[in-house]
Design a protein around this ligand. Sequence first.
Ligand SMILES: Nc1ncnc2c1ncn2[C@@H]1O[C@H](COP(=O)(O)OP(=O)(O)OP(=O)(O)O)[C@@H](O)[C@H]1O
Length: 309
Amino acid sequence: MIEARELTKRYGDKTVVDHLSFTVKPGEVTGFLGPNGAGKSTTMRMIIGLDSPTEGSVTVNGRSYARHAAPLQEIGTLLEAKSVHPGRTAVNHLMALAHTHGIPRRRVEEVIELAGLTSVAGKRVGAFSLGMGQRLGIAAALLGDPGIVMLDEPVNGLDPEGVLWVRNLLRSLAEEGRAVMLSSHLMSETALIADHLVIIGRGRLLADTTVDDFVQDAGGAGVKVASTEARRLRSVLAGPDVTISSSTDEELLVTGRDAREIGAIAAQHGVPLYELTPQSVSLEAAFMDLTRDAVEYHSAPADTERKAA
Ligand SMILES: Nc1ncnc2c1ncn2[C@@H]1O[C@H](COP(=O)(O)OP(=O)(O)OP(=O)(O)O)[C@@H](O)[C@H]1O
């Protein structure tokens, strides 16, 4: 478990992390989101003692990182994938880390295999692509079999197969009961991996919520239904919390009932359907709305068009 309480970091008169409180719980993937410059990396650096808070505190399994005798076995981290000696091979890099904690070679081999690096284990890290570097960083994070895994932008530079691998790996680590924290500035990608969201902007907490609630608050999704008997369908679907709008004579947008219910009700009343499509909310748009005032570097034109994902 990671617990940040009123965590604050100032550089000169600039407050980069501003009284931030959140918890990263075991058995969950927590997505740590914010636009560029929001303070994500600074927060993560404070979690593992690379920066010290100006105010407030953060603990890893109940105590500050520096007070753990074997920190690699408490929390595995990937902060800067390229912070590796370029002349070392992947296996030597991991062995050097393993030696600091009395971790056996067998475990090094395990994480190399887990990260899909077996064929390049003997290659010098300096020749690694960005994606291979990310995989090596993740292998290093898992070396001590830690209960907490914290990764800064882990899918950065990965190809689609690599992205899928990270997604499945993080989900399985959480299912094993570990606390997983990953930072990102991509809402839709994070929503596919995370259970919980901690969203920050200009160092401040903007939202501490579940992915499900965020999706719901983003406007719910609604279901698009098309039928040759849309008028009759509208009347059989009506209910106290149901909203139905129509864009054409045969199409309805229904909120308050999911696709399964709509299909069942339509079948019960013998109404033919030729389309039944759950609408996906534009999570990226909701995220941009939430962080709009906290974006440090606006691109021109400043207003991004709102469109469905
Ligand atoms: N050592 C430092 N001295 C002064 N300012 C700093 C220092 N480190 C970070 N900052 C500033 O703190 C702010 C937050 O930076 P940080 O890297 O934590 O953000 P981030 O959310 O990780 O951003 P990104 O997604 O771009 O990596 C930025 O404005 C950055 O310029």
